[in-house]
Design a protein around this ligand. Structure first.
Ligand SMILES: Nc1nc2c(c(=O)[nH]1)N[C@H]1C(S)=C(S)[C@@H](COP(=O)(O)OP(=O)(O)OC[C@H]3O[C@@H](n4cnc5c(N)ncnc54)[C@H](O)[C@@H]3O)O[C@H]1N2
Ligand code: MOO
Length: 404
């Protein structure tokens, strides 16, 4: 069986970034930049006031209290074209440009106005409450780098750089085909031996959370001709994901049943748990990941392999699978030859350390524990028994768009 690392490397090598397209900044949340976002403006464009108050010449107010003549009133969006001369001041508001001659803001709480005169009661440091031009960023600056997945903060930043359109990667189109006579969609009529299909929906949600566009091909029965016909719906997609039928049973048809449809298998079976029977290949030119049917196996494979494929298609540089560290909350028995991904809860101990405690039963059919898990403890093949308090590697499940 292939190691997880080797399998990941093979998947990574099979994908390249998709072409770029332009989208409105308003629609760009979650999209991935195809090129650097370069600012078209300097922000702030001038030296501006950070407070409501008075724009003064610092040398005029070195020995407060001192009374100055108010010669202008400058709200944000306006300006005073003349110069503030010795003995003069301009009433100014937050965001307004500093008039020539002035270099310091006195907040209005430190003044007393009387008609067209104002008394400054304390001496500010020169430049106090002035935001110099370009404090935030300058025209020509690279604000956001290619390969970045855009957050709500980035949308605001891109807008403030005066970028109404952004150059992003086309969303990967991912066809999803569930398989199995025993599964029916939630809400559909259900026979006594049937169960509800969760994989198609969780995989579609995962793909969406990773920035892809899921295409639901439905549920194929365990019949070769029907499976092959339904898999044809993946034509034009960037990736086909199947779930179920990946193992060795008489009804597990995905690997063998799609050969006539042109399936070329790159690898089958990985030394990991859950997720051992994963299939990777190409069907009629479309890359295909055949995920195991057990719901946890299916999603853990998605976290590792679907995510890797999508990140390559999107040109994302950051490693979504970078491991973090925690200490064990309970002893673990020795691991076997498969790399193990254990659903676990996270907590903090009294020293503020992150503690990972694996659920007692790790059967790959148990979706409730995956939904409740905060992370997966990752154990190398043949890891010896570990005691409570030992440092372990974890893969967090929340944040970073892992989407599970
Ligand atoms: N003799 C062996 N048996 C099995 C092996 C093995 O090596 N030798 N591997 C086991 C492992 S590990 C896994 S994982 C499973 C994977 O099997 P398949 O990919 O063939 O999946 P199915 O048999 O179709 O289904 C497994 C299980 O998952 C349920 N399922 C299927 N589709 C869905 C869905 N859309 N939503 C929810 N649940 C689904 C299905 O009812 C089964 O209970 O094979 C082991 N067997
Ligand atoms: O590897 Mo299977 O995915 O353990 O249940």
């Amino acid at each position: 069986m292939l190691s997880v690392e080797e399998a990941l490397a093979r998947v990574r090598a099979a994908f390249a970034p998709l072409p770029a397209e332009s989208v409105s900044v308003a629609e760009a949340l979650g999209r991935v930049l195809a090129g650097d976002a370069v600012s078209r403006v300097t922000q702030p464009p001038h030296d501006v006031s950070a407070m409501d108050g008075y724009a003064v010449r610092a040398e005029d107010v070195t020995s407060a209290p001192v009374t100055l003549e108010i010669v202008a009133r400058v709200p944000a969006g306006a300006s005073y074209e003349d110069e503030v001369k010795p003995g003069q001041t301009a009433r100014i508001f937050t965001g307004a440009p500093l008039p020539r001659g002035s270099d310091t803001i006195v907040i209005q709480e430190d003044t007393e106005a009387d008609g067209d005169r104002v008394t400054v009661k304390s001496t500010p440091a020169k430049g106090h409450y002035v935001r110099p031009a370009g404090l935030d960023f300058r025209s020509g600056d690279v604000g956001l780098e290619a390969g970045r997945r855009l957050t709500a903060r980035d949308i605001g930043f891109a807008a403030s750089m005066n970028l109404p359109w952004l150059n992003v990667r086309r969303q990967p189109r991912v066809a999803i085909l569930a398989t199995g006579d025993e599964v029916v969609m939630p809400g559909d009529p259900k026979g006594p031996n049937q169960i509800i299909s969760s994989n198609g929906l969780s995989l579609a949600a995962f793909v969406r959370a990773c920035g892809g566009e899921p295409i639901n091909l439905g549920i194929a029965p365990d019949q070769q001709d029907k499976l092959a016909a339904m898999a044809e719906g993946a034509k034009g997609a960037d990736l086909l994901i199947t779930s179920g039928g990946a193992s060795v049973g008489d009804h597990d048809l995905v690997r063998t049943g799609l050969v006539d449809s042109g399936l070329e298998v790159d690898f089958w079976k990985i030394a990991m748990r859950p997720g051992k029977p994963l299939i990777f290949g190409k069907i009629a030119g479309t890359p295909m990941l055949g995920l195991p049917g057990n719901p946890v196996s299916s999603l853990v494979c998605a976290v590792l392999f679907v995510r890797t494929a999508l990140d390559e298609l999107l040109g994302i540089q950051e490693d979504a699978l970078a491991l973090e560290s925690a200490v064990l909350g309970a002893d673990l028995p020795p691991n076997d030859h498969r790399q193990d991904y254990l659903r676990s809860k996270l907590s903090l101990d009294d020293q503020g350390r992150r503690v990972a405690t694996a659920f007692g039963r790790q059967d790959s059919s148990m979706l409730a524990t995956l939904a409740r898990a905060d992370c997966l403890i990752v154990r190398k093949p043949n890891d010896p028994a570990l005691t409570k308090g030992t440092a372990v590697d974890i893969l967090p499940l929340s944040g970073k768009f892992s989407g599970v």
